[in-house]
Design a protein around this ligand. Structure first.
Ligand SMILES: *[C@@H]1O[C@H](CO)[C@@H](O)[C@H](O)[C@H]1NC(C)=O
Ligand SMILES: *[C@@H]1O[C@H](CO)[C@@H](O)[C@H](O)[C@H]1NC(C)=O
Length: 399
């Protein structure tokens, strides 16, 4: 971070002060809430659209200039170092990357050089101008430059640039388990197998107490949007989800689906109460524990979310009146994050072809049918997991 960086930052902040009058805050309300509007499967195609191969035109998908459509985003040399999100593993046979590249269909879909995380050096005028044309979670449309800028500025630790430090993990292959909360895990006795992975990702209402045998106890990453995190604390409290997982080595992955994610992340790093917006007054320590530091938090890059949606989960919902609400589920985003960072990935508790046999979540005592929300496309996600499993790119737990 030389002085050019600071000069540019000052200019940007100055611009922010003047332009913030013109900007408004766009509250993107997702409907991933147990009590809110839900649209049952009729909205969704029974046999959903398959994956979009590269080069497919962006039909009605109005996310604006994506890097893949050749839109002129040139990172300014000294600020946005091209830092691949992962290095080629040296001694890992059968890695996700190797298998994906060898697969005729997925070889065309995966782009392993897409940045996964966002950090301070992404805060440039070029990025601002590009991302302000796309709505959240794919961009910054309607967000205040001051909020985005002051949040990204804090993500300046080397830990903010990669999900994990490869050198700190033993062996040639980084093996990851991503644990969804599906009812298939009830009675599965997969706890030991899950914990045997190098890294374990969990999401939303990840109840552990009482389910150790089935889901294990290890948590390396907890992924969420502030909306899904807070909804989980309310909806699953009765099942014992009374606090967000906390541990010394646990890292939090923020999915920036709303301005409140940026605001909460900033306060979490600063260790101070949320000063504005819908979470005003919240104490981040209540969720994330006493350690407030940039190292503890990761932020998914809006370009990564755009890439995942456009290439892996381009739903037919995008052609309906609900298109602006649509985004892949938290579980899908975490599983795809693992696929772009780990060498081997197992998925537990994700939707399978026989999902009707299982309860919505593993901790329910009485069977509840899986709930389909208008903002997700679980059938499309199910088809994706199935075909990734068939291609040998993930191991999907099924029974
Ligand atoms: C990151 O930013 C904070 C606050 O501006 C500063 O105190 C800290 O020294 C910076 N850390 C690095 C590694 O640059
Ligand atoms: C989950 O397993 C427990 C223990 O076997 C059982 O009591 C409970 O009914 C199961 N829940 C569902 C929804 O099947």
């Amino acid at each position: 971070m030389g002085s050019p960086h600071w000069k540019r930052l000052c200019l940007l902040l100055l611009a922010g002060l003047t332009s913030s009058l013109l900007l408004y805050t766009h509250y993107y309300t997702t409907v991933e809430s147990p009590t809110s509007q839900r649209i049952i499967a009729s909205l969704l195609q029974p046999e959903p659209l398959v994956l979009a191969p590269s080069g497919t035109p962006h039909r009605r998908w109005a996310l604006g200039g994506s890097s893949e459509s050749g839109n002129s985003f040139k990172p300014s040399a000294e600020l946005e170092e091209p830092e691949p999100s992962r290095q080629q593993p040296r001694t890992c046979l059968h890695s996700v990357m190797a298998r994906a590249k060898a697969d005729p269909k997925f070889g065309e879909i995966f782009r392993f050089d897409t940045p996964v995380l966002m950090w301070d050096q992404h805060f440039t005028l070029a990025t601002w101008n590009r991302l302000r044309t796309r709505h959240v979670p794919y961009g910054w449309q309607g967000l205040s430059l001051a909020v985005v800028g002051s949040t990204l500025r804090l993500l300046n630790a080397s830990a903010n640039r990669h999900l994990f430090d490869r050198a700190a993990l033993p062996g040639g292959c980084v093996r990851c388990a991503v644990v969804g909360n599906g009812g298939i895990l009830n009675g599965s006795r997969q706890g030991q197998a899950i914990d045997a992975h190098d890294l374990v990702f969990r999401i939303n209402g990840a109840v552990i107490k009482g389910f150790e045998e089935d889901v294990g106890t290890k948590v390396s990453f907890y992924g969420f949007t502030v909306n899904t995190m807070k909804n989980s604390l309310i909806a699953y409290e009765e099942y014992g989800f009374t606090r967000i997982p906390q541990a010394k080595d646990l890292k939090y992955i923020f999915i920036p689906s709303d301005v409140r994610d940026y605001v909460m992340l900033r306060s979490a790093i600063q260790g101070s109460p949320v000063p504005e917006g819908s979470d005003k007054g919240d104490e981040p320590q209540k969720y994330f524990g006493p350690e407030a530091s940039a190292e503890k938090f990761k932020l998914l890059h809006p370009d990564f979310l755009q890439y995942l949606t456009a290439r892996f989960l381009r739903s037919e919902i995008l052609n309906t009146q609900y298109s602006s609400l649509y985004m892949p589920s938290t579980g899908a985003l975490m599983l795809l994050t693992a696929l772009h960072t780990c060498d081997q990935v197992s998925a537990y508790g994700f939707i399978t072809a026989n999902y009707e046999q299982f309860s919505d979540h593993y901790y329910e005592v009485e069977k509840k049918p899986l709930v389909f929300y208008a903002n997700h496309d679980m059938m499309l996600e199910a088809a994706l997991w199935r075909s990734l499993h068939r291609a040998g790119i993930i191991t999907l737990y099924q029974r």
